[in-house]
Ligand binder design. Structure first.
Ligand SMILES: [Zn+2]
Ligand SMILES: [Zn+2]
Length: 256
């Protein structure tokens, strides 16, 4: 466990609510590694620390996602500067996208950003995500697109990013990747799972070079209405405890 200069553990120094946010975020990082969405180390997941301060948790730059622990996460302000003593550095460029969304969407307590191969492949397709699977219907019910402007290092891009996301849950970053937001790591993760699965199915279906059957418009419209009810808002909390048990068996230690 990471010890500060005084020798106290991170867990002893933070509120129980912050510790829980750290455990869930560390678990999310390990799930990204497990599902192959981590781009080695070059993507990010951020979570807002519970409380009135606009403080956020993000990964220590350079750690593999399967190595990340609750204690290792770095607490930063909206400017991406560390707010507590930590021996770890963050990727300030990586926080540009996340800080823009956290600043504008109070409901986005967790922001997940993936460089998944299937997601990037669909992000490069002009027609974007197609209604070819049941999984795609969930994403299509709340999906936005943001055009590529180069590596997102500049604050100047933030207003366009925020405008494009609007009040949506799913965002396809053209030529770049996928992004989801949620009121918890569990919900943002399930959203990312559904979006990436929809992209993987689309990529595979397109390799057959046969004509695709699109879900008919009336069914699509009805399904979009139902999408939220079916899974009780996406229902990430239903799957999350089982995912944590899987981590406990295969990737133990995230909660340290
Ligand atoms: Zn990225
Ligand atoms: Zn990011």
């Amino acid at each position: 466990m990471t010890k500060d200069k005084a020798g106290s553990s991170v867990r002893e120094r933070v509120s129980p609510a912050e510790w829980q946010a750290r455990v869930d975020l560390a678990a999310a990082y390990r799930l990204f590694a497990r599902f192959g969405w981590d781009d080695i180390i070059f993507t990010h997941i951020s979570a807002r620390v519970p409380g009135p301060e606009h403080h956020f948790l993000i990964n220590p730059y350079g750690w593999l996602f399967e190595e990340i622990t609750a204690s290792s996460l770095v607490k930063v302000g909206l400017d991406g500067q560390k707010v507590t003593d930590s021996p770890e550095d963050i990727n300030p460029a990586g926080f540009v996208i996340h800080s823009a969304i956290h600043a504008s969407r109070a409901d986005a307590l967790c922001v997940m950003h993936a460089h998944s191969i299937n997601g990037i492949a669909v992000s490069a397709q002009k027609d974007g995500l197609l209604p070819v699977s049941q999984q795609s219907l969930f994403a299509l019910s709340s999906l936005a697109y943001h055009d590529y402007e180069g590596v997102a290092l500049r604050d100047e891009e933030k207003p366009r990013l925020v405008r494009d996301l609007g009040d949506k849950v799913f965002l396809i970053l053209r030529n770049h990747g996928l992004l989801t937001v949620g009121p918890s790591a569990a919900d943002a993760f399930l959203a990312m799972y559904l979006l990436e699965a929809a992209c993987a199915i689309q990529v595979r279906a397109l390799t057959t070079h046969g004509e695709l059957v699109l879900i008919p418009k009336p069914i699509l419209d009805g399904a979009l209405q139902q999408a939220k009810q079916v899974t009780r808002g996406l229902g990430g909390a239903l799957a999350w405890p089982g995912l944590l048990r899987m981590l406990d068996r295969r990737y133990p230690g995230y909660d340290q």
